[in-house]
Ligand binder design. Structure first.
Ligand SMILES: Cc1cc2nc3c(=O)[nH]c(=O)nc-3n(C[C@H](O)[C@H](O)[C@H](O)COP(=O)(O)O)c2cc1C
Length: 375
């Protein structure tokens, strides 16, 4: 078997068998129907085109009205949203791929314009993240958020549980807890974003508490082999800093190892959010892999190409590799990898929001070769 062929071998993920090792990474596209943040037929067509993946992870999906931080993201907190997601899971299953929903609370990465009643976004502490988020009127600076009261945290955990349960109603095969890229759960992990003095701040054990409570709640809904957790130990996106990255994330990994997860999904040090960077931290999946002692799989994401993916799996550092920008631009990515065919280039200008352009019109290989006269 050539090194790249490993990408096309099946793999058991909990109770599901994936037909290849290529995962479509979660990709926010901001094209839900507004008002209401409801998934649409157009969204279903986009995902259906990419049902060539071994596994699709949905775009990050707010679990409650206060969990929103970008305009036109599809939620999982209303009956209409559940109906909208059914269009998508049905289409993806027709294409033969399983699909997990990424559960999202943005915390301080939001704006009053996106919050119920124009309230301030909520976060572990009243510390703003530098930068902008995207509202209906365009980018706006993120305000100083309101620190959550200790008594409010059980309701946040309950929102995760309810959204996980709605995902089951909507026909998903599992859910992924988004604890990466600087959103609420990573804000709790970070001693810079979390200055709390209650049981959810201070020590690493305390800062990890909310993530573990959420994991407990979500696995109680879905059972073994149906829940993943995404972590980005090297993340600096959304103004995240950690003084003690290895200590925080190795502790989180060891604790997550106690749950019957389908997988842990790790963002590699060579990306920050949606951009390539020079790696700064020695926190690649190879360091974390030995900390998973059960049947959980490891997904490696960030900056991969065909060769790095095959090498990562071949060397045993991960079981699956997720692709973000390449899957966005290449609906038939597995086939292109199999043939070692050229790839479509992605267009950053149409990543977030808009129409079918830059969403549904990335061509598959066969349509291109017909257009080019069948080369
Ligand atoms: C347009 C866009 C939207 C993204 N949205 C999400 C998201 O909703 N949830 C998430 O965890 N990561 C998100 N990411 C990060 C990707 O999942 C992935 O980690 C990143 O693009 C690096 O992988 P790549 O080099 O294969 O693109 C997004 C990235 C892009 C380019």
């Amino acid at each position: 078997m050539s090194q790249a062929e490993v990408l096309h071998t099946p793999l058991a993920l909990g109770a599901i068998t994936l037909r290849n090792r290529l995962v479509m990474a979660p990709l926010t596209r901001m094209r839900a129907s507004m008002p209401g943040n409801v998934p649409t037929e157009m969204n279903a067509r986009y995902y259906r085109q990419r049902a060539t993946a071994g596994l699709i992870i949905s775009e990050a999906t707010p679990i409650s009205p206060t969990a929103h931080g970008y305009y036109a993201t599809p939620g999982m907190h209303s009956p209409d949203q559940v109906e909208g997601w059914k269009l998508i899971t049905r289409a993806v299953h027709e294409g033969g791929a399983p699909m997990f929903l990424q559960l999202w609370h943005v915390g301080r990465v939001s704006h009053s314009d996106l919050q119920p009643g124009g309230a301030l976004p909520v976060a572990p502490s009243a510390i703003a993240a530098a930068g902008n988020t995207i509202t209906a009127t365009g980018p706006q600076p993120m305000p100083v958020p309101r620190a959550l009261e200790t008594a409010e945290l059980p309701a946040i955990v309950e929102d995760y549980r309810l959204a996980a349960s709605r995902a089951m109603d909507a026909g998903f095969d599992g859910v992924e807890i988004h604890a990466a890229n600087g959103y609420l759960l990573e804000q709790f992990l970070s001693e810079h974003a979390n200055h709390r003095t209650d049981g959810y701040g201070g020590s690493i054990e305390n800062r990890t508490r909310l993530l573990l409570e959420v994991t407990e709640a979500v696995t109680s809904v879905w059972g073994p082999g149906r829940v993943g957790v995404r972590l980005s130990p090297s993340n600096t996106y959304q103004d995240i800093h950690h003084a003690d990255r290895w200590e925080v994330f190795s502790y989180a990994f060891r604790q997550l190892d106690r749950f019957p997860l389908a997988y842990v999904h790790l963002v590699e040090p060579r990306v920050a959010g949606n951009n390539d960077i020079e790696p700064v931290f020695d926190l690649a999946s190879s360091r974390f892999r030995p900390l998973l002692t059960g049947s959980q799989r490891l997904i490696s994401a960030g900056g991969h190409n065909r060769e790095s993916a095959a090498r990562t799996i071949g060397e045993g550092h991960a079981d699956l590799v997720a692709f973000g920008r390449l899957f966005l631009a290449n609906p038939d990515l597995p086939e292109r990898f199999r043939l070692n065919a050229p790839l479509n280039r992605y267009d950053r200008a149409t990543f977030y929001g808009g129409t079918e352009q830059g969403y549904l019109d990335y061509p598959a290989l066969d349509s291109q070769s017909h257009a080019a006269g069948g080369a």
